[in-house]
Design a protein around this ligand. Structure first.
Ligand SMILES: [Zn+2]
Length: 101
């Protein structure tokens, strides 16, 4: 599992720029709508910033480095989301996800 995700230098740079832009705008988590703690280094706390992808990288590895698909999220929300499809709300206990692959 998790074989598709790569971490290129280009992606690292795009990720950094994205975080800076989000921090400047104080962009909230796109998954839960709560403020993100941009002072905390990424991935260190539940409220810290984590780059999420609109389309899960596991499903669309070709879009991993496309900034158009970047979304700001909490590290914890990102983890909760896993590789669910876009716009499926976090926090609903329903497991009736639509499998579309
Ligand atoms: Zn969140």
């Amino acid at each position: 599992m998790a074989g598709a995700r790569k971490s290129t230098r280009r992606f690292q740079k795009a990720k950094l720029q994205f975080r800076e832009r989000c921090a400047r705008d104080n962009a909230p988590c796109w998954l839960c709508g709560m403020p993100i703690d941009y002072d905390a280094p990424p991935g260190t706390t539940d409220e810290s910033f984590e780059l999420d992808h609109y389309y899960p990288v596991s499903k669309r590895p070709d879009l991993q480095e496309d900034p158009a698909g970047f979304r700001p999220s909490h590290a914890s929300c990102n983890l909760l989301r896993g590789n669910r499809d876009p716009m499926q709300p976090i926090g609903m206990l329903s497991r009736q996800w639509i499998a579309n692959d």
